[in-house]
Design a protein around this ligand. Structure first.
Ligand code: PRE
Length: 301
């Protein structure tokens, strides 16, 4: 049976996302995000499920760095989960002195903790479910977890539906070794990472290539190129699919300008359709290419 390695242990939001994306594969928990990616790179799993972006805390940097380094992986699907937390404790705990969770989770419940557990020391764990394991094992008093962790671990629910920002969401990717992308749907996302020379206007030129082709950017993140202080890689998500003319044309233009790693074209989980400007449809590109062909052959001028 094929396998999806996910950022675990059991009971993370990522497990929930992997379940929603699975088509019957076995789900295998990995301790860290890089370990889930390595499982695919080494062939121990066919796919990996990892978080990539949270509406409150922004990018999941371990995922971005893992996509830019080592052998390429591409996203073939994504999931978007609403994020509200459950706070778990051991039944016998009377006073919560320590509360643990993943840094992204802690950042999303900061105000709730200040109001409800002001005396508790906040401790970082490798994931929300790892925090639940630590509470179960007596290491900490409480954990801020995904709702599903309440069914996974024998702990008492102290609070449910905890979120400083009511509509918080996290987006997750299903990663594969390079493969033909899924068919375009009209509501797709394409992702790349670009590295360019540090010179005036380089990023503006890159963004212009997208803007000129009527391509709407949905995310832009910079991450340092480690070991080279002051140099950055840019992660770009934009509407559209590599199978579409305007996207293929833009990617070719970027490739001429800088180093590009393709990170996948896949359907958007929110189903938002791409806005395509009147001059950038596939038939506009086909008509223009036909005109150039005819001019080259002397049929037209
Ligand atoms: O620790 C988990 O449960 C995760 O799946 C990770 C993660 C994240 O990295 O953002 C996923 C969703 C929540 O925003 C908090 C934590």
């Amino acid at each position: 049976m094929s396998r999806i390695a996910y950022f675990g242990p059991a009971g993370t939001f990522t497990e929930q996302a992997a379940r929603s994306l699975s088509t019957g594969q076995e789900l295998v928990p990995m301790e860290t995000i890089p370990a889930a990616m390595t499982a695919v790179r080494k062939g121990d799993a066919e796919l990996a499920c990892v978080p990539v972006e949270n509406s409150v805390e922004g990018p999941v940097t371990a995922t971005l760095d893992g996509l830019a380094e080592d052998s390429p992986l591409v996203a073939v699907a994504e999931a978007l989960l609403p994020v509200h937390f459950t706070v778990l404790t051991r039944p016998e705990v009377r006073t919560v002195r320590t509360v643990a969770s993943h840094p992204h989770a802690l950042a999303q419940v900061r105000h709730w903790l200040e109001r409800n557990l002001p005396e508790a020391r906040v401790v970082v764990a490798s994931s929300t479910a790892a925090a639940a394991v630590a509470v179960r094992d007596g290491e900490y008093d409480a954990a801020v977890t995904a709702p599903v962790a309440a069914q996974t671990y024998p702990l008492k629910v102290l609070a449910e539906g905890v979120a400083d920002v009511p509509d918080a969401r996290t987006r997750f990717l299903l990663l594969s070794p390079p493969c033909p992308p899924p068919e375009p749907t009209g509501a797709d996302r394409t992702s790349i990472v670009a590295s360019m020379a540090n010179r005036t206007g380089a990023l503006a030129e890159l963004l212009n290539e997208l803007a000129l082709r009527g391509i709407n950017l949905t995310r832009l993140d910079a991450r340092p190129i480690k070991g080279n202080f002051g140099f950055y890689r840019f992660f770009l998500d934009f509407e559209g699919h590599i199978a579409e003319a305007r996207v293929g044309d833009a990617l070719a233009a970027l490739r001429r300008r800088c180093e590009v790693r393709f990170l996948g074209s896949h359907p958007r989980a929110d189903g938002v359709r791409a806005t395509v400007s009147a001059t950038a449809t596939d038939s506009d590109f086909a008509a223009a290419a036909e005109w150039v062909r005819a001019v080259r052959s002397g049929e037209r001028a």
